[in-house]
Design a protein. Structure first.
Lengths: 195, 474
């Protein structure tokens, strides 16, 4: 009963995560507590089952894809650093104004990285292209059994037609960015973390 | 010669032990058992509670001071939440993208739709409404129990000494005292109810049975050092009705039963529990089900209705959530008890978490472990509110009635009112909820305005489930 969560996280670790992700000290300790409460096996890492235990995530049609995004290639466990690195994509962009460090490179929550995160939800085989099949897979996950194969196929075709500029019948990352240039990605892919 | 010196000491020792035991038991009798029998209180427990609170505040202040000296922050639990969620429903968010342009003749898939699903998914990973209800609530101040401290590095020597004294007091003094009382209470219950069971049915038997039950429960209350405040006692449940309450731990039963007489409902257990159940049954009618009978909903409903129809029988005590929740929210009420069609007496129970966490995490701890944990805490402080009786209204079905009662209980006890099923503690969520989400998105995509659910500012889960539960009950 009760967790010794924050005492297991060392100050050096918190500093490193702060530099890498841009979260504040209190946000990191709170998220660590959350990480710890999800970790039923108490082994310092989360497995896919730990995520699937969250009912609101289990009923999300894209739940499995989102869970996958947390796990590095071929691995079954994600530790706290990895967890934070993925969550960092969802930090609001405005928060970066405070810690402007010109040498740190592009922050994890830049518009580009947010778009890359979404792109990877579609692009399962990581070949930097969304093929017609991959698009169909995601569409099928989102609509379930409510739309016929033909109709879904034509929706996919139309989407690719509109986005594809170089005629290779698939959507590359730059074409993806172009299609979404009018969309307020910063707002849609940001979560308001409280301080 | 050497041995002969020992004997007088030995005798002295025995005498001392004998005297201290008698003293101990006399004190126990006078200050605890006799008041329990007559239902009066010396107010010792309240004094104890007030002094403890002062000590906790002092401890927290010292920790804060220690933290400030080291220039660090104290860990504060996320009582206000880690994130602020959007108040717009998912459906509205997806519709907004389409409304901004010209209505398309064919279904338009917007690649940005995925963003909304994705963000909400990650939001639920960071903070969801359900999983946090199944672990103990986190506290702002430290109550000198190791189990609830997150700021280990800020404890000074003085605090450690205080904590050590606390451990000594709790395990060496309070625990044995409470265990003795618990055994006395339970033992008396079994013996008295068996004796009363020998009497012929009638007014004498029921009145004696009431007194015996009340007395034994009061002893058990003292065994937990429970300080209970009852509010609105004029609404106490009457015969021929059903009393429903939110469920946090098995102690709920003792808390309610020490202030009124109820007929209990439950499964027949083996062992000690079984002995207690059979003894109680002799004195007055409780409803114990065999394991096989529990599955048969009609049988259960029939037995309950028969019981309430008989006005001489006590009100039934039921916990419709079906499982223990951590006292920060009230979860879905199972509709079974609300279909019977009698008066429902709602009761809200709210524990004060500062003294000891009463929530029973049954997946982590067994019953005995839990009881020992409770008896070695400082105590249990809670408030009980008796709400005015409710009846099912015209045109209201069992599910709506259950939700209405649940909302009243949540409001009174200051708890969050959730539509999620408490069974999610152990089971996976049903696939049908995901299918509803998919159906909703398909409709937006294909553009049929036929069944447009008019959602107002509700979180996604609440609204989807609201209509779902509504449909499922038909």
């Amino acid at each position: 009963m009760g967790s010794r969560a924050s005492s297991l996280l060392r100050e050096e670790d918190i500093e490193e995560i702060k530099k890498e992700t841009g979260f504040s000290h209190s946000q990191i300790t709170r998220l660590y507590s959350r990480f710890h409460s999800l970790d039923k096996g108490e082994n310092g890492a989360l497995s896919r089952e730990d995520f699937q235990r969250i009912p609101e995530l289990a009923i999300n049609p894209l739940g499995d894809r989102i869970i996958n995004a947390f796990f590095p290639e071929g691995e079954d466990q994600v530790n706290f650093r990895g967890f934070m690195r993925t969550l960092a994509h969802f930090r609001p962009v405005e928060d970066n104004e405070k810690n402007k460090d010109p040498n740190s490179g592009e922050p994890l929550n830049s518009r580009n990285n947010k778009l890359l995160f979404a792109f990877r939800l579609y692009d399962l085989d990581r070949d930097d292209k969304i093929s017609r099949d991959e698009l169909l897979q995601v569409l099928r996950m989102m609509v379930g059994v409510n739309i016929s194969d033909e109709q879904l196929g034509s929706i996919a075709d139309r989407t690719i037609q509109e986005a594809d500029t170089n005629g290779d019948m698939s959507i590359s990352f730059s074409e993806f960015i172009k299609v979404l240039e009018k969309v307020d990605v910063e707002q849609k892919m940001s979560i308001r973390f409280l301080h | 010669l050497f041995l002969s010196y020992l004997f007088p000491f030995d005798g002295l020792l025995c005498m001392l032990l004998g005297i201290s035991f008698t003293l101990w038991f006399t004190l126990l009798l006078i200050f605890i058992i006799v008041p329990a029998v007559f239902g009066v209180s010396f107010g010792i427990r309240r004094l104890y509670m007030k002094s403890l609170l002062k000590i906790f505040e002092w401890a927290t202040l010292r920790m804060e001071r220690g933290a400030r000296e080291k220039n660090q922050q104290l860990y504060k639990p996320y009582s206000n939440g880690i994130i602020a969620k959007e108040l717009v429903s998912l459906e509205q968010e997806i519709q907004e993208v389409r409304r901004s342009g010209i209505p398309a003749p064919e279904p338009e898939f917007d690649m940005s739709d995925i963003f909304s699903f994705c963000r909400r998914g990650v939001e639920s990973i960071v903070d969801d409404e359900v999983t946090k209800r199944f672990t103990a609530e986190e506290l702002e101040s430290w109550n000198l129990l190791t189990r609830s401290n997150y700021n280990f590095h800020h404890i000074s020597t003085r605090l450690t000494v205080l904590w050590g004294v606390g451990v000594l007091v709790r395990y060496a003094i309070l625990l044995p005292l409470r265990v003795t009382l618990a055994f006395t209470g339970v033992g008396l219950l079994v013996v008295l109810t068996s004796l009363i069971g020998l009497l012929p049915n009638g007014w004498v038997k029921s009145s004696l049975s009431e007194k015996a039950h009340l007395m034994c429960y009061r002893i058990c209350v003292r065994a937990l050092t429970a300080i209970i405040t009852y509010h609105d006692s004029e609404n106490k449940p009457k015969n021929g009705g059903i009393c429903v309450a939110n469920h946090t731990s098995p102690i709920d039963v003792i808390i309610l039963a020490s202030d009124g007489c109820y007929a209990m409902v439950g499964q027949v257990h083996g062992g000690l529990m079984g002995v207690i159940q059979r003894a109680m049954l002799k004195a007055c009618p409780h409803i114990w089900f065999e394991r096989s009978e529990v599955k048969d909903r009609h049988l259960v409903a029939k037995r309950l209705s028969d019981h309430v129809a008989d006005k001489t029988k006590l009100p039934i005590l039921i916990f419709p959530e079906g499982t223990c929740i951590n006292n920060t929210s009230v979860m879905m009420f199972k509709k079974g008890s609300f279909e019977i069609g009698c008066t429902v007496y709602p009761v809200a129970i709210k524990y004060d978490p500062r003294f000891g966490d009463a929530f029973w995490n049954s997946s982590k701890f067994g019953m005995v472990n839990y009881l020992l944990h409770m008896m070695s805490s400082w105590g249990v402080v809670c408030s009980v509110w008796y709400l005015p009786p409710m009846r099912r209204e015209e045109g209201e079905d069992a599910v709506q009635f259950a939700n209405r009662v649940k909302a009243a209980i949540a409001r009174k006890g200051g708890l969050a009112d959730l539509l999620w099923d408490g069974g999610l503690k152990r089971e996976k969520v049903k696939k049908v909820f995901k299918e509803e989400q998919q159906k909703m998105y398909s409709k937006v995509l294909v553009g049929t305005a036929a069944c447009f659910w008019a959602f107002t500012h509700c979180a996604l889960s609440e609204t989807i489930l609201c209509t779902l539960l509504h449909d499922k009950s038909r």
